[in-house]
Design a protein around this ligand. Structure first.
Ligand SMILES: *[C@@H]1O[C@H](CO)[C@@H](O)[C@H](O)[C@H]1NC(C)=O
Ligand SMILES: *[C@@H]1O[C@H](CO)[C@@H](O)[C@H](O)[C@H]1NC(C)=O
Length: 204
């Protein structure tokens, strides 16, 4: 059975019909940026040197809620109502955005080059149904998962695995924070009081 596992792993992508390349998309860690996640955006590393074997492909980013990733069909057409940002997540389970050719993701990193993607940065097209590939602000805290998908024409040829779940920031009202704090303090006071009483009893 030891030899079976690598064999199975080799056969899996073939059965799937499309090559899996790595690494999976991830939130940017280097350089450390302010606001890698905000209430409606997050920042990913570009998929550089990931799809090099697919020179004619256009690379798309697929965005889904964590719970809906398995229902995404790689044959779904970008720029169509079934993958339109404006219908996400109500009737569209995953939208496709940030299309780029391979030339946008060169392997080398010239100094000063921007090598990150901010998902959710385009507010102007968020309501514009004529722009289904809009990179519009994310509609809630998530959690989301994303993957890159390479299409040659309309044919999917390669993809990354889905990212780990990405949670966005939620604005916490100040009142809830201070309540939590005073609750903690009250608990501390209670414990201290009980300890003092126990000590008094022991010493008596
Ligand atoms: C994905 O969509 C294509 C084209 O619409 C269809 O032929 C195929 O059966 C679908 N695959 C799955 C797993 O639903
Ligand atoms: C991205 O897709 C849009 C809509 O399909 C298209 O107009 C645009 O030219 C594409 N850009 C790239 C770089 O492929």
């Amino acid at each position: 059975t030891r030899t079976m596992l690598p064999l199975l792993l080799l056969l899996l992508p073939a059965a799937h019909g499309i090559a899996e390349v790595g690494p999976r998309p991830a939130l940017t860690r280097e350089p450390s940026l302010e606001g890698v996640t905000t209430a409606s955006t997050f920042v990913l590393d570009q998929p550089r040197c990931v799809f090099d074997a697919y020179g004619n492909a256009v690379i798309w980013l697929v965005v889904a809620l964590d719970k809906d990733t398995s229902s995404f069909n790689n044959s779904a057409g970008p720029g169509t109502p079934e993958t339109a940002f404006q219908s996400f997540p109500k009737s569209v389970r995953a939208y496709m955005t940030l299309n780029a050719t391979l030339a946008s993701y060169p392997c080398s990193k010239p100094a000063g080059d921007i090598t990150v993607l901010r998902v959710g940065s385009e507010t102007s097209c968020a309501q514009d149904e004529s722009r289904p590939t809009c990179n519009g602000p994310l509609p809630g805290p998530g959690p989301y998962r994303v993957k890159f998908l390479a299409l040659e024409g309309s044919v999917p040829v390669a993809e990354t695995a889905w990212s780990a779940p990405i949670m966005l920031r939620t604005a916490k009202p100040l009142s809830s924070i201070s309540t939590a704090d005073s609750g903690h303090n009250a608990g501390m006071i209670a414990i201290t009081t009980i300890l003092s009483i126990l000590l008094a009893i022991l010493l008596a």
